[in-house]
Design a protein around this ligand. Sequence first.
Ligand SMILES: Nc1ncnc2c1ncn2[C@@H]1O[C@H](COP(=O)(O)OP(=O)(O)OP(=O)(O)O)[C@@H](O)[C@H]1O
Ligand SMILES: [Ca+2]
Length: 482
Amino acid sequence: LLLTIPTEDVQEPPGFMYGIVLDAGSSHTALYIYKWPADKQNGTGVVTQHSECHVKGGGISSYAAKQGAAAQSLETCLDQAVKDIPKERHQLTPVYLGATAGMRLLHISSPELAAQILQEVGYKIQSYPFSYQGAAILSGQEEGAYGWVTVNYLLENFIKYGFVGRWFSPGRPTVGALDLGGASTQITFATQEEVEDGHDMMKLHLYGQKYSLYTHSFLCYGQDQVLKRLLAHIVKSQGYSESVTHPCYPAGHNRTLKLNSIFNSPCTAEYKPSSYNSQASLTVQGSGHYEHCLSNVSEIFSFDSCPFSQCSFDKVFQPNVTGSFMAFSAFFYVHSFLQHTTGITVKTPSQLEEAAQTVCTMTFNQLLLLAPQQKSRLQDYCASSVFVKILMLRGYSFDETSFPRISFQKKAGDASVGWALGYMLSLSSLLPAETVGLRKALTPGAWGTLLFLFVLQLTAVLVFILLRACAGKKKGGSESTI
Ligand SMILES: Nc1ncnc2c1ncn2[C@@H]1O[C@H](COP(=O)(O)OP(=O)(O)OP(=O)(O)O)[C@@H](O)[C@H]1O
Ligand SMILES: [Ca+2]
């Protein structure tokens, strides 16, 4: 009967709820729309990505000098969101803006400008029909932790829907998250080891499980800022002359730039000359010399003196890396460029080194033939690859065993990997601390019928037993008379 009676989980067609996150990164802003079935119990792992929109131009912090321009840059994507989300859901749709390292840097150099930009983008979002939930600068720890939440939510490592119609804890280990942005980089993973610096520790309570995370964000170690710092270091070490040799640029490749474009960031302050003409031109001449590139990139890290039992670099504590990792954003771009241009499958530390070395010795024209659509970035891939190699192998200490357990990807299923999804899940009620129990429900009609049939069956059995007993007595009585 249970098999034949139709059960219903929903009384009406489900419909979706929506949520929007604007990821205001240092190099660009992306708008993500997420959705989940409107009737589903909170927290049951059903949030998926509906669509995404990439804002043209730079990150919001790059519009510091132009009042109103940062807000205006978001219009196209916000207009798109109005079209992507059904009209009747607009007012129920929360919208969050989170800014990362570009705004952290602007906050260092000019807190007033940073506040003004946040305010103007906030006003712009509020002019749309959605439910505005604020515009904030995320701390490095938040950025790392939300990235980790996204990765593990998408991999269904917190809870999973079983075929018997119940959510359960899959009991799998979680996966670490490695994010390489334009201005900062984050490493986050669950660890049993003691985290010696309290700033790098985060405790999360999700779905009835406790997670102890190590997370650290390195400001000025995002790809764009590293390239800037490398140039600044080269300019300084070659005596601030008007023309410098860059060992990580392809041999024979030249470039001219303004000194201001190197020294306009707090990340290059330590290399800045005491006085200089910001409009002066600098000629950079590539030499494509792998060994020199390696030593110059190594010099922008500090590997000496550690106040803890062990450090990654720059006096930052790090426990041993453990388990699997997902590496996204520029880790993915660099990894896929290396594999595409060199034909080497980069799965081990030595393959990473071999591929980086190969790219560093290629000429600009060789690179252009292999990746013509990336013309403006080609000069930087050798430096970025060498940086990724040093950061992962010497900094984070991934080795022959742990490196192959890193998966380089920008998407998991249909969703982009980054902190945005984890941010929305955490700020809304979609990520409960306690475990969720969900049962199949019967419609009242079916429940009543079953109850009636059960009572009927019970009565029939009782009547049957009673009749049998009576018949037995009668039989016994007639026997005694014989
Ligand atoms: N398609 C691409 N190919 C290669 N590199 C890219 C591509 N798109 C972006 N990048 C570069 O990758 C780096 C990281 O980009 P991403 O968008 O993750 O940074 P962001 O979010 O703007 O920065 P942050 O997280 O530090 O605030 C940047 O240096 C960016 O210029
Ligand atoms: Ca980012």
